[in-house]
Design a protein around this ligand. Structure first.
Ligand SMILES: *Cc1c(COP(=O)(O)O)cnc(C)c1O
Length: 436
């Protein structure tokens, strides 16, 4: 049944007259899946409610942060209480070290850390720090990995730009991007060759340990340790970008799951419980290179914001206290959804490749195994678009791009699994295999 989106459509038109594309982040505009994006009025638990009164099962969780579901009462209460004491001071608070201690409890490799406001800032600064610490200029990244929208990282940057079908971004001078080396993911030989070609010139490797921004792609066995070994052999640093995977794939992120200790880590999304907050951290000798102790500069008017700290503390305290139940349950629910829909697709004769790691997953509309960006890009994005629309009309909101991971929260239970399986059956019966 077509959705009634009259009010959302009006709001979109008004937004388009004021905001480019009507949005503050490009993929929200639904350009690649077509149709009108519903405008959200509120959300609770696993469900979003739009301005027309439609309800959707939320499968993108604000792009990762909402692991405990929407309006989780302890988080709401913590924000309320902090707001009553003023929303910003620009001076130190106890809450910053409180959250830092919780982060460190989950991520022991973060001997020291600094809070910033977005994953973009965290990655940009971690790279600056790696360059300052090593005195080198080149950075190795991987095709399809997204590390925020800083100039040097907008090279083969995954989801957002891949969805728009553009290689990078206008406005980035070649001189700025010339020190960024983009290599295929899951290919250690390419990394060895890059280091051999530029001995003592590469400052760091930055990687999404499980790629989420080309859709979900797991590292092959030994890949992450291989990256660390190559980096260290050449005097370079390994940065794990755990903005998406941190506190999601396990309490200690991908580094706990795959037992790998990086030199630096970037965190975001879940760390702020849905408020703008991110962090980077790692070895104390590297972190002490940051101002005010060292020569690498970084600053932020709203960094360590008290509302963000409060929401982060409430979120991490809940995850830490319930680690043993939350993570196995998330993984089980995600498997029921990911494999359940895959089975329904198989019956309906629709070709899908399903990738799942923990509570992240992607259905790629391709018959190829997906292990890197090139194989992800074999997906039929038109078919994905039709599937997305059919699911939305059945009340399930998937991430609006083939190249984005879907997320499961602790509020997704048997009822939600049943809803999504039913929606997928209807979608596959309807319009996925043929064009509308
Ligand atoms: C989301 C994301 C970023 C950027 O974070 P923002 O808060 O959107 O700036 C960086 N790296 C990864 C892996 C991400 O998923």
């Amino acid at each position: 049944m077509p959705l009634s989106l009259a009010r959302s459509r009006q709001l979109q038109q008004r937004a388009e007259s004021l905001l480019p594309g009507g949005v503050d982040s490009p993929v929200r505009a639904f350009r690649s899946v077509g149709g009108d994006p519903p405008f959200i009025a509120r959300a609770e638990g696993a469900y979003l409610y739009d301005e027309d009164g439609n309800r959707y099962l939320d499968m993108f969780g604000s792009w990762g942060p909402m692991i405990l579901g929407h309006a989780f009462p302890p988080v709401v209460e913590a924000i309320r209480e902090a707001a009553g004491h003023s929303s910003s001071f620009g001076a130190s608070t106890a809450a910053e070290a409180d959250l830092a201690a919780l982060v460190q409890q989950c991520f022991p490799s973060l001997e020291k850390l600094r809070f910033v406001n977005s994953g973009t800032e965290a990655c940009m600064t971690a790279i600056r720090l790696a360059r300052g610490f090593t005195g080198r200029s080149f950075v190795v990244k991987f095709e399809g990995c997204y590390h925020g929208h800083s100039d040097a990282m907008l090279v083969k940057a995954g989801s957002g730009v891949a969805t728009l079908g553009i290689p990078g971004s206008a406005g980035v001078p070649a001189e700025t991007a010339m020190h960024t080396i983009a290599l295929p993911f899951n290919n250690l030989e390419a990394v060895r060759a890059a280091f051999d070609a530029r001995p003592k010139e590469i400052a760091c490797i930055i990687v999404e340990p499980v790629v989420g921004n080309a859709g979900t792609i797991a590292p092959l066995p030994g890949y992450l340790k291989g990256l660390r070994d190559i980096a260290h052999r050449h005097g370079a640093l390994l940065i794990l970008d755990e903005v998406m995977t941190g506190f999601r794939l396990s309490l200690g992120g991908a580094q706990q799951r795959y037992e790998i200790t990086p030199d630096l880590t970037t965190l975001g999304k879940i760390i702020g419980g849905g408020l703008p907050c991110a962090a980077f951290g790692g070895r104390h000798d590297i972190m002490n290179f940051l101002a005010p102790l060292g020569p690498v500069y970084q600053a932020g008017t709203l960094s360590g914001n008290p509302l963000a700290m409060a929401a982060g503390i409430a979120t991490l305290e809940h995850l830490i206290a319930n680690e043993q139940t939350i993570y196995p349950q998330l993984e089980k629910t995600t498997a029921q959804i990911a494999s359940g829909v895959a089975a329904i697709a198989r019956e309906a004769g629709v070709t899908l490749t399903t990738n799942q790691v923990g509570s992240m997953f992607t259905w790629f509309f391709t018959g190829s195994e997906v292990t890197d960006f090139a194989s992800a890009a074999t997906s039929d994005t038109q078919a994905f678009g039709r599937f997305h629309r059919a699911m939305l009309e059945a009340g399930v909101w998937l991430p609006p791009s083939q190249y984005e991971a879907a997320f499961v929260s602790t509020k997704h239970g048997p009822e939600e699994v049943a809803l999504i399986l039913e929606a997928a059956s209807a979608a596959f019966r309807r319009n996925i295999s043929q064009r509308p």
